[in-house]
Design a protein around this ligand. Structure first.
Ligand code: 5AD
Ligand code: SF4
Length: 439
């Protein structure tokens, strides 16, 4: 068997895709975690912000000199950046033997055999139907406890700042039967948690031959019923599509995790409109109120962009006040980065100076630190069932795991190991972690 080394950048979807790629190539290649051993190196890329692409380009420059020393090594580029820059990349990055976009992974065996250093190959065709449905992923970069399952691909939302609809194409859902089979296999292999993935899982929609429809809430219920020992998470959701039915379903099943990632992006209606988010601040807050009413112990996380086109100081203050109003438990926060080809790049001016973007982002991060700390303080004295994921970085006498709310809790090992469920009482916290003792 030849050896394959895969490096994955970007979101969880990419992690799941790399596992599909490993499966597609598994007749010829087995995974290695050591680059020196590799006959084939694949870089699965992200285009969501310019700094993601810059990091990858730096890595490709490093690989160029490495490749000069290795006669038979092939290097291929996968994912969103392959799709965005297409064959132009082959001229720009002479390190590459081939590139394959997110819907072209079934052609990898052919691309690999056809390509050579001097004659690179590429396939960046997007598909309206490809879901890699029946492919059982080869779990490569996991802790053996938590597995990703991709349930749909692509995105139809066209938020004006976002490159994803262009790199990942149109939205399509995967057959629920194959999703359930994949979750069952994970369970049979000792996994205790699955995360159902899609760019906007709330619009999951499957119609079988008889016309019977499965929506996302129903899919979650089906996965939850596989075993009470299996925790189920999902990422990510668009606020416009988060239904009461879904919130009620999460409330109903104890093993559906009480954690909802609901990216708001901005707090003012002017910005939301310019971003084409199609909801208002008021609508978003109403969704949050429904979550709080139906699932009182639910953690809520978000994504926020600082300094989008035309953002005024007042708009920025609206983002801060919305963050306070919701009291997010966690947030992913970014500076706006223009992406070529998007509506925003075409229609609006990137007119917020970089220093202003940076200062606003810092204010957002500082506020979230405070909110996360407040949220964690409320947990001191409470007990949680946590799923152990591994040994703590700080001490090998301590383990860490997550509670249903997705918060990391560190505690003394006792007789426990990875994959155990342990009930822990929180004794102390920082803004980032909870410390606890076994109850
Ligand atoms: N600039 C900055 N952040 C972006 N995101 C998506 N596109 C951009 C962009 N052009 C953020 C959004 C999204 C997350 C995955 O990345 O917050 O939810
Ligand atoms: Fe990056 Fe978005 Fe592509 Fe994921 S889908 S890799 S976040 S651009």
């Amino acid at each position: 068997m030849k050896k394959l080394y895969i490096e994955t950048y970007g979101c969880q979807m990419n992690v799941a895709d790399s596992e599909v790629v490993a499966a597609i190539l598994s007749d010829e290649y087995e995974i290695t975690h050591a680059q020196e051993e590799a006959d084939l190196i694949l870089i699965n890329t992200c285009s969501v912000r310019d700094n993601a692409e810059q990091r990858i380009r730096k890595r490709l420059r490093e690989l160029k000199s490495y490749k000069n020393k290795k006669e038979h090594l092939k290097i291929g580029l996968l994912g969103c950046m392959a799709e965005r820059i297409k064959e132009r990349l082959l001229d720009e990055e002479s390190t590459l033997d081939f590139i394959a976009g997110p819907d072209a992974y079934r052609s990898l065996p052919r691309l690999i055999s056809e390509s050579s250093y001097k004659q690179p190959a590429f396939d960046v065709m997007l598909s309206t139907t490809e879901t890699y449905d029946e492919i059982e992923p080869v779990r490569c970069d996991t802790n053996g406890v938590s597995a990703f399952i991709s349930i749909m691909r692509g995105c139809n939302n066209f938020c004006t700042y976002c490159v994803v609809p262009y790199t990942r194409g149109r939205e399509r859902s995967r057959n629920p039967q194959t999703i359930l089979r994949e979750a069952q296999t994970a369970l049979d292999n000792g996994y205790k948690e699955v995360t159902l993935l899609g760019q906007n899982v709330n619009s999951y929609h499957w119609e079988d031959e008889t016309g019977k429809v499965t929506n996302f809430a129903q899919l979650m219920a089906l996965v939850a019923q596989l075993s009470p020992q299996l925790r189920v998470r999902f990422a990510t959701s668009h606020p416009k599509d988060i239904s009461d039915e879904l919130i009620e379903t999460i409330a109903r099943y104890p093993n559906l995790c009480k954690y909802i990632h609901l990216p708001v992006q901005a707090g003012s209606n002017t910005m939301l409109k310019r971003m084409n988010r199609v909801y208002t601040r008021e609508y978003y807050l109403d969704r949050i109120a429904t979550i709080r009413r139906l699932i009182p112990d639910c953690a809520i996380a978000t994504d926020i962009i600082a300094g989008f086109c035309g953002e005024t100081e007042e708009d920025h203050q609206a983002t801060l006040s919305l963050m306070r109003e919701v009291g997010y438990d966690y947030a992913y926060m970014f500076k706006y980065s223009v992406r070529e080809g998007t509506m925003a790049a075409k229609k609006f001016e990137d007119d917020v100076p970089d220093e202003v973007k940076s200062r606003r982002l810092e204010e957002i991060i500082a506020l979230q630190q405070e909110l996360s700390y407040q949220s964690n303080l409320k947990d001191v004295g409470k007990s949680f069932e946590i799923l152990v994921e591994g040994v703590s970085k700080r001490s090998d006498k301590q383990l860490f795991g997550r509670n249903s709310q997705n918060k990391v809790i560190i505690f003394d090992c006792g007789n426990h190991q990875k994959g155990d469920y342990v009930t822990v009482t929180v004794t102390d916290c920082t803004a980032a972690t909870l410390m606890g003792v076994e109850r």
